[in-house]
Design a protein around this ligand. Structure first.
Ligand code: FPP
Length: 249
């Protein structure tokens, strides 16, 4: 993990530590456009986006944010050209292998959310290995949404609960929000406080649909490969100015 901005190594003085979000989630959008604007192939945008992600993870740790969840590959992304899909799968696998040592050193616990069974078996093996080896780390939780779709997540939770009802393990009237959350991929984490989407698009695109109920959402025109620490600082400043009421007055 190479730090890209050294001037923002520590929490900037205009951010209040007590008001930092506990959990930040990011829709990393704009890699393709970043590459196109430079006359480069789209995959160069994904490569640069990976470097930005590595620094964001380190930044979250440096600044005291405890959970980072990123949208790396959606259930809809299979519809991209086959060579881009193949590139992304190989990239995920390679980055996981190369960064494992660094994640152990930096006390990162990595997790994955999504339907992992549909991923290439070599990637599944790397995912399994990285989760197993980092499971006792507590410095920061880093979750990668891979083959993830919010609707699909909700459906699989319904199926799992229905099976328990069918077996008589749970009564229909006992199903509440806590039961439901327990069956989501994100069961072990609290909901994101802040969701960031880059590249000027203003939608959730099937990301954390249940979990986003009370998240603050920050949109920026900045493309993901340009989202450095100073951009993250801006997002956190905007977040700290929000008045979170959770439906109350
Ligand atoms: C969206 O930009 C980006 C993606 C679908 C891929 C994001 C993946 C990474 C940044 C690599 C992460 C690596 C690991 C190991 C988790 P886009 O291609 O949709 O851009 P566009 O909208 O400009 O075309």
């Amino acid at each position: 993990m190479t730090a890209q901005s050294t001037n923002l190594e520590y929490l900037p003085s205009d951010l209040e530590r007590e008001l930092l979000p506990h959990h930040v989630a990011v829709i990393m959008d704009g890699n393709g456009r970043w590459a196109k604007r430079r006359g480069l192939p789209r995959i160069m945008g994904h490569k640069r986006g990976t470097d930005i992600l590595k620094d964001l993870l380190r930044c979250c740790k440096d600044w005291g944010i405890k959970v980072l969840t990123v949208y790396a590959f959606s259930t809809e992304n299979w519809g991209r050209p086959q060579e881009e899909v193949d590139f992304l799968m190989t990239l995920f696998q390679r980055v996981l292998r190369q960064e494992l040592r660094e994640m152990l050193k930096e006390n990162v616990r990595i997790g994955f959310v999504g339907n992992l069974k549909a991923l290439p078996s070599a990637l599944q093996a790397e995912i399994g290995r990285s989760m197993k080896e980092t499971k006792d780390n507590r410095g920061i939780d880093f979750n990668v949404a891979t083959n993830y779709g919010g609707r699909q997540e909700i459906i699989q939770a319904c199926q799992a609960i229905a099976e328990k009802v069918d077996k008589g393990l749970i009564q229909p009237h006992e199903i509440d929000e806590a039961t439901f959350e327990h069956h989501l991929y994100t069961a072990r984490h609290c909901d994101p406080d802040l969701i960031i989407r880059t590249s000027g698009e203003m939608r959730l695109s099937n990301f954390l649909l249940w979990q986003a109920a009370y998240s603050e959402i920050y949109f920026t025109d900045t493309l993901w490969p340009d989202f450095d620490r100073s951009e993250f600082r801006k997002a956190l400043l905007a977040y700290q100015q929000r008045d979170r009421r959770f439906g109350k007055v």
